[in-house]
Write a protein of this length. Structure first.
Ligand code: PMV
Length: 358
């Protein structure tokens, strides 16, 4: 494991606070399956978004033992405390002070509730950034760019995909023999990007806003005994290598092929695990077919990806914005719940907030 500069301070003697906004991210090469404590079975690569974000403030005071109060969008939500407590237990080894403090955490999302895209990536990244920031305040020596690696490391222990949300643009997480900077413990930024991806769009077409029937945790678990496990790891590494090249050289045709292959593979893995399940809806498949037909007829380089759910992410370069939005309005909106979709795009990463009190 790479050593990161955590404070290792075991208790605090004053109050501290920090507030951060962290964006969500969309995986292009998917993380699906884990080992050990939140370590990925394969490398993943994602784009950090702009509009879908979580703002979180953390206030701590010295205490004999830990107590947590959590507010979401102005309301006390004790049901989230066990997950936060589990996270703090996991990071106690690196930030021992989390055992000797009372926590007041307030959080809110910048995107509408009703969309059903509540994101553990943005919420856990914002919480991890605030905790990493408090850890920096406790330490006289600052960790420079390693601050974001620290935050990513902590975020990973809350939710794997959150580890990629602490960087702007594109992030890579998980070991790959061809990328010495990539590791399983935390994500790293992927900076050498072709200008076609500078203002890259991701519109989220909401086909169903209900909570999904099978959680990501249950899905990851099913990979342990998956009959295609070895093949999937090989395929993900191969797609990771090709996609990282495409992000550098701007080859949109290959980008589209790999991105869509990854999206459909994620759902194919769900359908072919020992306990099979599907999160796709008829509208998801109708949109996929319409996107592929439109691309063939128009030559517009638009493609889709999917998260672990039925909503479709539509990806395209800024120069095609007008054409794609016309296509969305004319042909795709009828497949969306209440004709609803969210416009998003590549964002500029997390930011520290001066103050935030929900
Ligand atoms: O971070 P988790 O445990 O919610 O897993 C997320 C997995 C996918 O969203 C399906 C893929 C990914 O890489 O983000």
């Amino acid at each position: 494991m790479i050593k990161l500069p955590f404070s290792n301070i075991s208790s605090i003697s004053a109050a501290y606070n920090s507030a951060w906004e962290a964006p969500s991210n969309i995986a292009l090469v998917k993380y699906w399956g884990k080992k050990g404590v939140q370590l990925p079975i394969n490398p993943s690569l994602s784009m950090t978004l702009k509009n879908a974000a979580t703002q979180t403030s953390v206030k701590i005071i010295p205490s004999e033992k830990r107590d947590i109060t959590f507010f979401f969008e102005g309301q006390k939500k004790p049901e989230f405390i066990p997950k936060i407590d589990q996270f703090l237990n996991r990071i106690q080894e690196f930030c021992p002070w989390v055992d000797r403090a009372d926590f007041l955490i307030k959080s809110k999302n910048t995107f509408p509730h009703s969309a059903g895209i509540a994101s553990s990536a943005s919420s856990m990244a914002a919480l991890a950034l605030a905790i990493a920031d408090i850890d920096e305040q406790l330490e006289s020596e600052k960790s420079g760019t390693d601050f974001y690696h620290k935050a990513s490391f902590l975020a990973r222990l809350a939710s794997g995909s959150a580890s990629r949300s602490v960087f702007e643009g594109f992030s890579m997480w998980g070991r790959h023999e061809k990328f010495p900077e990539c590791n399983d413990d935390f994500a790293v930024s992927y900076a050498a990007i072709h200008p076609v991806f500078d203002q890259f769009h991701d519109d989220v077409l909401i086909t169903d806003s209900k909570p999904k029937a099978v959680s990501s945790s249950a899905g990851h678990e099913l990979m342990n005994s998956h009959p295609f496990l070895d093949g999937r790891i090989r395929q993900a590494k191969d797609n990771f290598l090709k996609l990282s090249e495409n992000l550098r050289n701007g080859d949109l045709q290959s980008f589209i092929e790999i991105t869509e292959n990854e999206a459909l593979t994620l759902h194919a893995l769900m359908m072919s695990s020992e306990k099979s399940f599907s999160l796709l809806k008829p509208e998801t498949l109708a949109i996929i077919e319409a996107v592929r037909n439109y691309r063939k007829q128009s030559d517009v380089p638009v493609c889709f990806t999917l998260d672990a759910g039925p909503n479709v992410h539509l990806l395209y370069p800024n120069e095609n914005k007008e054409q794609v939005q016309k296509f969305v309005k004319n042909e795709l909106l009828p497949f969306c719940e209440n004709n609803y979709y969210l416009e998003d795009m590549r964002g500029s990463g997390p930011k520290k907030l001066e103050s935030y009190d929900a």
